[in-house]
Design a protein around this ligand. Structure first.
Ligand code: TXA
Ligand code: MG
Length: 319
């Protein structure tokens, strides 16, 4: 059931969450499957609905940075990053407060926290008045949802309601930085460009590569963010004419190839704007995935700014 995010819709969603139900809410990055983070049974439902393995912890969403201490033990660097980038697409991994149930953190002694920027998420957080655990609102390993209709199509039957906040403006998940060790480490490139973090830190950010068996952030599982259709990452711009037999679709970066031949083409950003490309990435993939294709070819994008997160998602979709 899709609800308009007006007064009654928000009240209803907040009541459902207080009663222990799971609600899909918009954030500026992607839609999330939200449950009361202090209610272990409600959080267990999130894992069940997503088909998510229990070793993969959830992100705890807060109404504003002053609530950080509700879930985590902040340190000086966390406070600086929160001040600079919250509300926004940045998730911080910090030592957890004991009050956070083990199911949320998958038994880790750290917790991932962020303050989302979407007005509907923030209104819901203020109304519920407690932190919300929320992973992306898709089946585990699948394409992330950037519109209420994406959630409704895949999980509509299984969530109490979907708050419709329109298309997500950022379009890729939050950047995750681990601040629980001696040095900050990048666990997942995302909606906040690494360059902006590095400018604030004054030094390059170490990126952590997890392994397939022991991922550090399970968003790092090699195969993830994948459409049902097989996807191949091209080494360069498509020369036109699909490079494979069958019905082949193309996810182009700036323009359709001059030689036609693809059964469907989606263009990420005609002007080559990486923020626009990120905002359209999952939407274009959802559309291609609905076209009954044998293969999706994806052009590479530059890896500067939001291009790093786009490239990361495309590589994992192709794995
Ligand atoms: O933009 C986002 O971050 C979206 C919206 C809904 O907020 N959420 C999202 O959640 O992408 P999810 O569950 O799809 O990805 C969260 C990632 C997972 O890869 C998870 O393993 C990692 O965060 N994570 C959570 N807690 C962690 C922890 N304590 N240590 C390391 N990684 C953690
Ligand atoms: Mg996800």
């Amino acid at each position: 059931m899709i609800l308009a995010p007006d007064g009654p819709g928000l009240e209803r969603a907040a009541r459902l969450i207080r009663e222990g139900s799971v609600v899909a809410m918009p954030t500026e990055t992607v839609y999330g499957l939200a449950a009361d983070a202090f209610n272990p049974l409600a959080c267990a439902k999130v894992f069940e609905i997503k088909g998510r393995p229990a070793f993969d912890p959830l992100i705890v969403h807060l109404a504003d940075a002053s609530r950080l201490g509700d879930a985590a033990e902040p340190n000086a660097l966390a406070l600086r990053l929160a001040e600079a980038f919250w509300p926004g697409p940045l998730t911080l991994v910090l030592p957890r407060r004991r009050a956070v149930p083990g199911i949320v953190t998958a038994g880790l002694d750290t917790v991932a926290v962020r303050v989302p920027a979407h007005p509907v998420a923030r209104a819901l957080l203020r109304l519920v008045d407690r932190p919300l655990a929320a992973p992306s609102a898709n089946r585990f390993g699948g394409l992330s949802p950037t519109r209420a209709e994406h959630v409704e199509a895949s999980l509509g039957e299984r969530v109490a309601c979907v708050l419709d906040g329109g298309p997500c403006s950022v379009g890729v998940e939050s950047t995750i930085v681990d601040l629980s060790g001696p040095q900050p480490r990048l666990l997942r490139p995302g909606g906040l460009p690494v360059e902006r973090l590095e400018a604030l830190l004054g030094h390059p950010l170490e990126a952590v590569g997890g392994s397939q068996d022991r991922p550090l952030a399970p968003g790092q599982l090699k195969s993830h963010y994948a459409p049902r259709t097989r996807l191949r990452l091209l080494p360069g711009p498509s020369q036109g004419g699909p490079g494979a037999p069958g019905r082949v679709g193309l996810l182009a970066f700036r323009a359709a190839p001059t030689h036609p031949g693809h059964a469907a083409v989606e263009i990420l950003s005609p002007s080559g704007d990486l923020a626009e490309a990120a905002a359209r990435l999952f939407e274009c993939l959802h559309r291609l995935d609905a076209r009954d294709l044998d293969l999706i070819e994806a052009e590479p994008v530059p890896t500067a700014g939001l291009g790093l997160a786009i490239s990361d998602r495309l590589e994992r979709a192709a794995a």
